[in-house]
Design a protein around this ligand. Sequence first.
Ligand SMILES: Cc1cc2nc3c(=O)[nH]c(=O)nc-3n(C[C@H](O)[C@H](O)[C@H](O)COP(=O)(O)OP(=O)(O)OC[C@H]3O[C@@H](n4cnc5c(N)ncnc54)[C@H](O)[C@@H]3O)c2cc1C
Length: 476
Amino acid sequence: MGTDVLIVGAGPTGLTMANELRVAGVSAALVDKLPQRSTLSRAGGMQSRTLAALDQRGLLEPLLATGDYSVGGGHFAGVDLSLDYAGHRLPWRSVPQVVIEGFFEQHLAAQGVHVRRDHELAALDQDGDGVTATFANGTAIRARYLVAADGAHSAVRQLLGADFPGQAGTATVIAADVRLSVENLPMHTRNEDGHWAQVFELGFDQQGRPLRRLVLAGPGPRQSRDVPVTEEELRAGLRQVFGAEVELLELVYGRRITNAARQAAQYRHGRVFLAGDAAHVHLPLGAQGMNTGMQDVLNLGWKLGAAVHGWAPADLLDTYHAERQPVGAAVLLNVQAQTLLMDWASTQDPDVLAARQLFRAMAQLPDVQRYLGDLLAGTTIRYPMPGEHPLVGLASPDTDLGGTRVNELLRTGRGILVDPEDRLAKVADLWADRVDRVGQGSGAEAMLIRPDGYVAWAGDPDELEPALARWFGEAR
Ligand SMILES: Cc1cc2nc3c(=O)[nH]c(=O)nc-3n(C[C@H](O)[C@H](O)[C@H](O)COP(=O)(O)OP(=O)(O)OC[C@H]3O[C@@H](n4cnc5c(N)ncnc54)[C@H](O)[C@@H]3O)c2cc1C
């Protein structure tokens, strides 16, 4: 074997995967077809659950120390979500994707994991023992497992012939990184005639000037995706939404995005796993694509680690699809609803406008704000796991266990068993090589937490041993 796991694609999904495998202590090769990292601007927002997951690897503080990233509530279908209802969770941060990728690449390089560039996947072969990937540059890598993190047009997915059902794009909108003459514009503005704009802060450009993401559309026919975005059409669009008040000072980068929405029918294909945009594509409404991809591989990383180390229960790798496919489907569903509720396509259909008006009124209610905020934040994701306790299947709270937080304890990449009453040693000792028993005397709730931070057991002591075997394999 050349390596334990080959990761194809070094975007946010592939880079996060490489780090998870490093934490799990297995070897990985990370390849990308590009000769250097893309500087094209895409994602601008990190959700609470992703931020917490970075904290569980000790990467949140160093990432946030690289710049001044604003905190916000985000939006759902163009309705601002207030931070007032965020409760205990880490609030949304506007960290650009290029910053996240650069940070991960540097962090991995410091640990000796380097992206192998100029490696464009050309062929793929799998057998009972592993996968062989051949690249356009004539090299080949053999690995036990392969993770496809090669984006929306995934070569891996195509080489597998994997089913990728969904809806083709029917319309585009402009998404451009710009400098504008006016500060403090509302996040979403829409006129009676169906012209609308969204404006997000993107931090600062390389000269330290404030940069904004401007999303712009209106009624009437829309250009196809490959037609370049011009300054003239941006100026015209700004005038239609804001009048003469807001001027374009500079167009830094413009693209058109479509409402294509697709999801892989199967995330696992033998020894090959689809993750990130290779597994799901949709409009970037509510800042979810990159976050979902990063969370896909947080789910998969420790499971591949367990398989390589030889202690994975028989169907552990299948739980990747079982747990993450419904999450991707739920994201596609909420994006679809947002597309309708904000009349993304500017249909001006009276039924759509009526639904939009009703939704905007309802979305001001604190309970609705909280529900939508949690939905986008990813903090209410519940994986289907055995066990009746309300915490089972949810991400663990970041409880203080007498001076050390749960997220800090998870940095080892091992499971943790919180045992406040010091009663579980006998069972826990049987899995002591994979699970750390912690929190004695802390007064916290007893629970078993998987390496990805999800609660696998709480409550009934009789269910602890089966839960340990379910997620951590046979006892020593
Ligand atoms: C305008 C815009 C705004 C967005 N805003 C947000 C946001 O705020 N929050 C959010 O969560 N998401 C957002 N997204 C979505 C987000 O950008 C994507 O979901 C994210 O980039 C997916 O990451 P990935 O690593 O799966 O794929 P990618 O980022 O596409 O990376 C794939 C990598 O694979 C490489 N590759 C491709 N083919 C091959 C091959 N054959 N061989 C080897 N390597 C290959 C590519 O070079 C690339 O480096 C936005 C998207 C757009 C377009």
